[in-house]
Ligand binder design. Structure first.
Ligand SMILES: Cc1ncc(COP(=O)(O)O)c(C=O)c1O
Length: 482
């Protein structure tokens, strides 16, 4: 140890500990990717978990042991039987990038605090803009999550419609945004944050594919304006969270240009289809959007959080927070300030997300994203076929992405909700598979997001067997048969 250097900065210790920790993590990863770990999720309820951790942390514990304990109490995203929420198993390159970025801890708010990260961020956005079919005039930035990305884009929409609002406030204006009834709840939260309230959300029903009924937009818009609302934007979901359905982006864009409305695409999950030769057609019309949000941490092998907000017109990427912060920036000339990212993001101190994205590209190229998205979407289709072929199993809707909703159908239809809720609970507690649930029109559905390219039809077949087995058991119990 070098004299005068505090122990928490000791480079030699860092080197030795780091090697042992990477060894442990590699074993954890191997047990997950091979499926050797018997459980995807080592379920323990929250109170027991609290007690166990309290006891553990009440005594002296080595760093390596602490990390091992964390791993053993954590859900395994790389496991082929992880089929739950939409978080990508990170590529090893990207996990290492996180380690490097955290060690450097460069802030991305002002250029001089994170020169390499800032420039990589611009390159990531340019790559994405090309992928969406935007012209060179597009621009954008990375931010902390899809919810933040959508809020930022809607702020830009409102401030473009009413350039005074940032200074003067909403005054008596009732701003509103039109969204599909399947849109992610963060849009409603954004409306709440902006002071629009529930009144600020105009919900558009969906069709039999769970896509927005674009044909209803004119009528709903007219109703809203007649009642005094000032509609500033329409959000297209690409895709929706619950069922993975894509809205017709080209049709929404046409409506928006007729009414001079901002068109935002919430592509947090499914704009990643832009990288798939086979499935990019799901995004036809995205190139006409004013803004698009995409989470790299959902389908693109990057750890959370890494979200892009891309604006078709570079100038519009500056209007969400167009306020002065002289202590950060020498002059307030937005377009020439592309490199001072805090002008455009809610974050002041911002993590170096670009490195996590760039690391996957540097190591594997765009082909990895094409392969990953295509394989996951293909497999979801096959899973839907398997569900159709399984007795007592019902598919909610044909999947358009890697999200599949289905349910066990008991003989007594009245028991269906309770049984499916309990099936999911049993799966959770047994820990062999991780699936989630959604409720649509009062009906409980099991929801599977196929997020790992290690999952095969064999795993999905085993899942359907498990669901059937548990469903039948619960049915028998409900009938009082032991
Ligand atoms: C369509 C959609 N939009 C937004 C979000 C929110 O993204 P984040 O969890 O990164 O905040 C999600 C998350 O699942 C989503 O599916």
């Amino acid at each position: 140890m070098t004299p005068g250097i505090p122990i928490w900065f000791d480079a030699e210790k860092f080197r030795e500990q780091g090697q042992r920790i990477i060894d442990d993590l590699a074993t954890f990863l191997e047990d997950s990717t091979t499926g050797n770990a018997a459980q995807v999720l080592p379920w323990r309820d929250e109170n027991a978990q609290y007690d166990a951790w309290k006891e553990l942390l009440d005594r002296d514990i080595e760093l390596e042991e602490l990390f091992r304990e964390v791993c053993s109490a954590s859900i395994r995203l790389h496991h082929p039987r992880y089929l739950g929420h939409q978080i990508s198993p990170p590529a090893t390159a990207s996990a290492l990038a996180g380690f490097v970025a955290d060690t450097l801890n460069n802030g991305m708010g002002v250029y001089e605090m994170g020169m390499a990260g800032t420039v990589m961020e611009r390159l990531v956005i340019e790559m994405l803009a090309r992928q969406f079919g935007f012209a060179d005039s597009a621009s954008g930035f990375l931010t902390s999550g899809g919810s933040m990305g959508n809020l930022t884009a809607l702020l830009a929409a409102r401030n473009t419609a009413d350039p005074d609002v940032l200074e003067a406030g909403n005054r008596d204006q009732q701003y509103a945004v039109m969204i599909s009834e399947q849109a992610h709840y963060c849009i409603q939260r954004a409306a709440g944050i902006m002071g629009w309230g529930r009144q600020g959300i105009i919900t558009v029903p969906v069709d039999e594919h769970y896509s927005m009924r674009v044909d209803l937009l004119p009528e709903l818009y007219d109703q809203a304006t007649r009642s005094g609302k000032r509609v500033v934007a329409v959000v297209g979901s690409a895709c929706s969270t619950a069922t993975g359905a894509y809205d017709d982006l080209a049709a929404i864009s046409q409506f928006c240009s007729q009414r001079d409305l901002w068109f935002h695409v919430d592509g947090a999950h499914g704009a990643a289809a832009a990288f798939s030769q086979k499935y990019r057609c799901r995004l036809d019309g995205i190139e006409l959007a004013n803004s698009v949000t995409l989470d790299f941490h959902k389908l693109l092998l990057v750890p959370a959080l890494a979200t892009a907000v891309v604006f078709r017109d570079a100038g519009q990427s500056y209007v969400s927070f167009a306020q002065k912060a002289e202590y950060l920036f020498d002059e307030h000339v937005p377009e020439s300030q592309w490199h001072n990212l805090a002008l455009r993001t809610f974050e002041c101190t911002k993590a170096m997300m670009s490195l996590k994205v760039i690391s996957v590209l540097a190591e594997h190229g765009l082909a990895a994203w094409d392969a990953n998205v295509t394989q996951l979407y293909d497999l979801a289709n096959k899973f839907a076929d398997m569900i159709d072929e399984t007795p007592a199993m019902e598919l909610l809707v044909r999947p358009q992405s890697n999200i599949v909703c289905y349910r066990y159908v008991p003989a007594n239809a009245e028991q269906a909700n309770a049984i499916n809720r309990d099936v999911r609970e049993r799966l959770l507690h047994e820990g062999k598979f991780y699936v989630v649930q959604t409720i649509s029109d009062g009906t409980h559905w099991l929801r599977t997001t196929i997020g790992s390219s290690l999952t095969t039809t064999e795993h999905l077949g085993q899942l359907l067997e498990e669901v059937t087995r548990i469903g039948q058991q619960l049915e028998s119990q409900a009938r009082g048969v032991c």
